[in-house]
Design a protein around this ligand. Structure first.
Ligand code: B12
Length: 391
């Protein structure tokens, strides 16, 4: 914010910022106003805009720009050498570079080398007058909106010429199967009032669904802090007790593409010695529970930053119970307002993590304890049942 406002050449016309509750939810009109006011004060109360860019002629800035350009050119060279951008996506190179760079950032935050005020430095705080008790400080969307939308969609579908819809979709499917241009049949679909969902489902039937490489390397990277060494020891001890490496399924249910948190948790868990399963974003609760069954996992972790944590977690928990996996602990992480933490716990979630839980080794230690406690409980129940049936 400061940089783009101070430098004319940064060419920011308007900066939209969620402001103080960025990591809690969507900015309400009042939060956006706060951000707008800051920009207006700099623009109208100061004389900053009467001068050229105050960084012009700065050797520091010039050097930094040149260094950035050199790095960008080197990166482009690497991508070209790999066969171009598409090849670099398909091979996982690009995503892996993002995940690794983020892992390094988080490592530095955990180690205290990078300071984030309020997160890993200067954390004591007075209660915020902005966070009022009635939950209104965070914008939430009522469940009713989804049901209203579903009703509207049903009404829309019922009002269409169903035959025209089916015919338009058939033409789209035929064009896709015959590898013809799908633009014209797509326009015909739109005119027949086909929904985006129906259009894309038809194409999915023909082409399948592309799942990009996650870029997540599930290996011990040999990072050498004392704190990770302690977690590795605890994981080893748990593995000996279980007779197998503890298996951790990291799932991202729902439609949000915020993958950073899930990726970093998966990378760190593997680094600590867990056997990790992570299949990327946009999974259905059904897909997640199927993987949990197939891989006999010891713990399931869900990462949700879309605001849909309550319905998604409810769905996963119900499916876990129906599948006989009620004993497997489930944890959740992401943008989860405090009042929803209780709701998730009531749904059976063992632990909830938010951006303030930046120490991932602590999270890993929790997981070890959770699995250990649940497995001990289970063993006790089984041995109790055996004693009763034999006794
Ligand atoms: C980076 C970011 C993005 C990136 C995401 C890149 C990526 N590949 O992940 C981009 C730019 C693509 C993006 C886009 C959007 N974003 Co965004 N984004 C963010 C931001 C700034 C940071 C998220 C992040 O990466 N944090 C770093 C990771 C490491 O932290 P984390 O995920 O929180 O994970 C930690 C904990 O939560 C926990 N955890 C998380 N998951 C799990 C899982 C397990 C198992 C465990 C144990 C722990 C755990 O442990 C982690 C370590 O501490 C947040 C705001 C914020 N400050 O958090 C908004 C935010 C999440 N985004 C938001 C929105 C609205 C969007 C958009 C819809 C904007 C738009 N209108 O287009 C789009 C949607 C994109 C999509 N396809 O879904 C909102 C969500 C609002 C809500 N939930 O009510 C937020 C909160 C910002 C805001 N206040 O408006 N976004």
């Amino acid at each position: 914010m400061l940089a783009v406002v101070l430098s004319k050449n940064a060419r920011a016309r308007a900066v939209q910022l969620p402001a103080w509750n960025e990591a809690l939810g969507l900015p309400r009109p009042w939060d956006q106003q706060w951000s707008l006011r800051m920009q207006q004060i700099v623009a109208y109360e100061s004389d900053l805009l009467d001068y050229g860019d105050i960084f012009d002629g700065s050797k520091e800035i010039e050097n930094k720009v040149e260094a950035l350009k050199a790095e960008a050119r080197a990166e482009l060279g690497r991508v070209l050498a790999l066969g171009g951008a598409i090849a670099a996506i398909e091979s996982g190179y690009m995503k892996k570079a993002l995940v690794e760079s983020n892992a390094e950032r988080l490592r530095a935050i955990e180690a205290g080398e990078t300071k984030v005020v309020g997160v890993n430095a200067f954390t004591s705080s007075e209660p915020s007058p902005l966070a009022v008790e009635d939950g209104q400080s965070i914008m939430t969307v009522s469940d009713a909106v989804e049901y209203e939308q579903i009703e509207k969609l049903k009404a829309w579908r019922a009002s269409r010429d169903a035959k025209a819809v089916t015919a338009a979709l058939k033409k789209l499917e035929a064009a896709a199967r015959e590898n013809r241009n799908i633009m014209e049949p797509s326009i015909a679909c739109a005119k027949a009032q086909v929904t985006t969902g129906e259009w894309s489902e038809t194409l999915r039937l023909v082409f399948g669904e592309y799942r990009a490489p996650t870029g997540v390397t599930l290996l011990m990277r040999g990072e050498a802090s004392q704190s990770i060494a302690d977690v590795r020891q605890a994981v080893e001890a748990l593995a000996r007790k279980l007779g197998t490496r503890p298996k951790f399924l990291v799932g991202k249910p729902g439609l949000d593409g915020h993958s950073n948190g899930a990726e970093q948790i998966a990378v760190r868990a593997a680094d600590c010695g867990f056997e990790v399963s992570y299949d990327g974003i946009r999974l259905t609760p059904e897909q997640i529970v199927t993987t949990a069954i197939d891989q006999c996992v010891h713990v399931v972790g869900l990462s949700i930053l879309s605001g849909s944590h309550v319905p998604l977690v409810r769905d996963v928990m119900n499916r876990m119970r129906s599948a006989g996996l009620g004993h497997v602990p489930v944890v959740a992480g992401g943008i989860i307002p405090p009042e929803d933490v209780l709701v998730l716990k009531q749904l059976g979630v063992a632990k909830v993590y938010t951006p303030k839980d930046f120490d991932m080794n602590c999270i890993m230690t929790d997981l070890v304890r959770l699995i250990d406690a649940r497995e001990s409980e289970r063993a006790a129940t089984i041995s109790c049942a055996t004693t009763q049936s034999t006794g």
